[in-house]
Ligand binder design. Structure first.
Ligand SMILES: Cc1cc2nc3c(=O)[nH]c(=O)nc-3n(C[C@H](O)[C@H](O)[C@H](O)COP(=O)(O)OP(=O)(O)OC[C@H]3O[C@@H](n4cnc5c(N)ncnc54)[C@H](O)[C@@H]3O)c2cc1C
Length: 298
């Protein structure tokens, strides 16, 4: 189906884009890679009178590594991030970026667009929980920052206000002896994950876990975290038994929807396997092993 008619605008600066969005109100939408928005327009989901093309705004696609933090511009595509020095340095970044959809989608879709959809099945928002990321936002009232934990407030809903744009995502670089992994369970490459697990660990010199952050995706309206699961891993050697125990704690906090991808029980059972795999891979990476990551396909 063709989209309903809309007006197309291509402002040449961030300020101009924000002013346009503010003036045109909620019937105007920014478009970045168009990989989610265009299919939705074609399905005639949502009323959009004006599209504000932000895809070519200067300075918003850079990926920077500073002394102790990384910053990814909102317009960086999944493919660019997967091939970046940042992904080389933090392999779980490549797990996430390189496993999204297929090459076509990865070449156009952006990290800013991904988190802004608030889609419970997307990969970036949950993954970024493992790195305790912060979202940089600019809008009519100026700049503000929101922790990724607070950014997606419900399914398809974020804290963005009218006229606001995500400009970048920032997170601290993991300390030495840290490792993470992100694994989505997918029916096929161009399909959203049935569910996904992300884990980031830090070990002390004796190999004991000193910090952990775990997340589940696509099994509730927003990414699922559990302080109890994180705490259960701290002080352990992250053995199979430790991971099974922590996995049960976080899976208990999930509420998997029954849908075409499977029943709630099926998804819980998949999560148990994924949690064990992701935790094992994160521990191996934290000890310095080079472990290639990939999603798990049915
Ligand atoms: C076949 C297919 C399979 C896919 N599989 C996956 C998958 O497995 N995992 C996954 O995570 N994703 C998947 N996606 C989604 C894909 O990752 C999209 O790239 C992403 O969700 C949206 O990025 P975009 O740049 O294309 O955003 P757009 O489609 O341009 O915009 C999406 C939404 O975000 C808003 N927006 C865009 N940029 C900004 C910004 N900077 N600030 C504020 N609002 C903004 C838009 O107004 C719109 O509401 C898939 C998409 C397709 C078509």
């Amino acid at each position: 189906m063709y989209p309903a008619p809309f007006r197309y605008h291509r402002p040449d600066s961030l300020d101009a884009a924000i002013k346009l969005l503010e003036r045109l109100g909620d019937m105007a939408k920014p478009i970045a890679g168009g990989q989610t928005l265009v299919p939705m327009l074609k399905l005639r989901m949502g009323d959009v009178n004006d599209l504000i093309d932000i895809g070519r705004l200067p300075g918003l696609a850079e990926i920077q590594i500073n002394d102790n933090e990384a910053r990814i511009g909102a317009l960086a595509t999944h493919a660019t991030i997967a091939a970046s020095p940042l992904a080389e340095r933090i392999p779980s970044v490549r797990d996430c970026a390189g496993g999204i959809a297929d090459l076509q989608v990865r070449s156009r879709g952006t990290i800013g667009g991904s988190i802004s959809t608030g889609d419970p099945s997307t990969d970036w928002a949950p993954f970024l929980h493992t790195l305790r990321a912060v979202v940089e936002i600019q809008g009519p009232a100026g700049q503000r920052e929101v922790a990724i934990d607070d950014f997606v407030s419900d399914a398809y809903t974020t804290v963005l206000k009218t006229g606001e744009l995500v400009t970048a995502i920032r997170f601290p670089l993991p300390p030495p002896r840290s490792g993470g992994a992100y694994i989505g369970y997918k029916r096929a490459a161009p399909a959203y994950p049935t569910c996904a697990v992300g884990i980031q660990l830090t070990l002390d010199e004796a190999g004991v876990c000193s910090a952990a952050r775990c997340v589940l995706s696509a099994v509730a309206s927003t990414p699922v975290t559990s302080d109890a699961a994180d705490a259960a891993l701290v002080g352990t050697g992250v053995t199979e038994e430790d991971l099974k125990a922590a996995g049960e704690l976080i899976i208990a906090a999930a509420d998997p929807p029954e849908d075409v991808r499977g029943s709630a029980d099926y998804k819980r059972s998949v999560l148990r396997g994924l949690f064990l795999q992701a935790g094992t891979k994160a521990r191996q990476r934290a000890t310095g092993e080079t472990i290639e990551g990939s999603h798990s396909y049915v």
